[in-house]
Design a protein around this ligand. Sequence first.
Ligand SMILES: *Cc1c(COP(=O)(O)O)cnc(C)c1O
Length: 384
Amino acid sequence: MKKETKIIHNILPDSLTGAISFPIYQTSTYVQKYPGVHKGFDYTRTNNPTRNVLERLMTDLEEGYASLAFSSGLASVDAVLKLLSNKDEVIAVDDIYGGTFRVLDLYKNFGVNTTFIDTTNEKNTISHISKTTKLIWLETPTNPTLKISDIEYISKKSKEINEDIIVVVDNTFASPIIQNPIKLGADIVIHSATKYLSGHSDVLSGVLTVKNKDLYDKLKYIQNSTGGVLSPIDSWLTIRGIQTLHLRVKTQSESASKIAYFLHEKKEQFGIDKIYYPGFSHHKNHLIASKQQKYFGGIISFSMKEDTEEHAKKIVSSTKLFKLAESLGGTKSLICHPSTMTHKSTPESRRIASGIQNSLIRLSVGIEHVDDLIKDLHQSLLFQ
Ligand SMILES: *Cc1c(COP(=O)(O)O)cnc(C)c1O
């Protein structure tokens, strides 16, 4: 069976009633016949049938060994970092998601230090590995400038140096439809399922998938010990979202490509400075994006020649279909101004250095008709 079919049919009807929609097992505990004699479930922090369905779906989607679902993307990030101990070092992509940066910063209190480097330079990344390096944290594409790192090269070369190094990929921006990091050699893939996986901007959710049993056992122990599990209803919403993931991501990627070319064509007229879109042959990492990704994704960023926050703020508040909001990956198109929204807490020098200019605008393309989205951007950009 093809993956698309497998995903839909791995959600089995309820064996008790035949309900075709898998039930939300809204329960904290399970009745036992005799102490320790039960139907495989004893407490929802440890296992819940609805959550288990989601975890199996994610394992199929990411082609890994097993998965765990968390109450948010950052709860899954936190669980992964609990694999580390005092004096372990992390190498992380410099353009990392702000929330992940904050968690890594907290781990300094426990003696875990992070070196941030430009992982799009894969040779330089490998040269930073030292005896204490335990984990490499990649995010590709990054937010919001869509830098792409070579997962296969970094996984392979880091393991040649030390086979115990854990390579983690935050696959939120790509989704499992676009790339499967475990197949490229990574050990753990994490998702903010809040974004493309759930896909309807109605739930906070996180999932990780691992390559082998050893990592699964360790992370299951961490999750059960600390309790950041996804609730039954949010598991159900994420399952519901995933069933249309392949349709949404394909449409969003195709529309994003049309929008990127439209912006490129009108660059002069609109006063656009740079456009960040990995589908362009002049994008810095276009070659690796073409090799590693099935589509170029649904996110586009661009900056203006008039590089001021005021100018960008006018644009982002004058679109009608593109709603001004943080987050991404939903059915509705979103527009955001990273320097005053998602990256407000990033120090200015660090922000500018990573390409987030004052006027940078990020689009998350939804599933509306692309002609309407183009019209919306046209009216907004023309009259500022
Ligand atoms: C949103 C996001 C997260 C955090 O996920 P939450 O579900 O908001 O906790 C992590 N990584 C990336 C790339 C994200 O976009």
